[in-house]
Ligand binder design. Sequence first.
Ligand code: SF4
Length: 353
Amino acid sequence: MITTVPDYFDEFHCLAGSCPDTCCGQWEIVVDKAAEARYRSVSGDLGQRIRAALVTMDGETCMALDHGRCPLLTAEGLCPIVTELGEDFLSETCHTHPRFTEVYGGLRETMLSISCPEAARLLLTRTEPLTFVTTRDDAPPEPNDLDGDLYHLVDRSRAAALSLLQDRTRPLSDRLALVLELGWRLEPLIDAARWDAGHRLLDRYGLRAYRGKRLTYLRRKRRGGDLAPVRDLLRSLEPLSPAAPNCYAALAKPDLAAAEIPLEQLAVYFLFRWWRKASCNGYLYRQAGALVTAVLATAGLTEVCGSLLEAARLFSKEVEHSEENRAAFRRAMDGPDFSLPAILSRLEVPHAI
Ligand code: SF4
């Protein structure tokens, strides 16, 4: 298997008792079968407390929350399973969070979810462009039914989108417009299985002169319009935290130029986590539209959340960590409010143009 992680992956260390917003107080955590057996075998007071906290929900065993916190957490915010039994004793979810892994046959990709304050800090405070580290091991590929042509085109298109997003000679709004258009133009070629045409299109986006020509065209469609449809979309999702609806109501028109570098890192984060999913279904524009809309939404939530970091955490917790919300957010890209012209109309034209 080939494993890919972002270059700051090994810098991550859980803040444990110093975490300002512990993940042990946010979700009912599903306990896998192996961990449940371990938990039920623990003796003494801790064993009793663990067993008392286990509940069955929708056929799964979960650690129930007590007043919004894992009932095992100490007053100092520490997990007694870790301190008394060791980290390896934890359930899969607790052990791996905030590491999220997607597997595509022989490829395993792991990212640190920005719902975690430390993972968000590592991503959003770096100034150099994000890179990815790849390693190989002897594990066999996972069985899969990926289409080779589709997988290859999506793979190449992600590399092209990464290079577009990290081209710091252009304003971020231009880079987002190009990535959006790339997804919009590739998807019909995917639908028609026109793989060669797709690769030729990618070759053209690799040429600076061609990108310049596309931008001249795309800028005519951009007005920096307001985010009302984005606000409506967020408000249509099931809120996971009580604060979310009020934050969505205060979504403001974003100033992308004010935070170009952290927003670039955010866009690359969404690219890495989402784009390759199109190799399972061909819906490439959904990923491109969702990426640009997620950047606009997060930037637009910055003021009400107090910082870009908190806005990114809110978006990640509300959208990325809910299967239903995630799917609804992506599906919305099929509608007229999130077509290429509609999203372009929300992107500002840089002042220097
Ligand atoms: S949110 Fe992140 S830093 Fe905080 S307790 Fe969870 S993993 Fe650790």
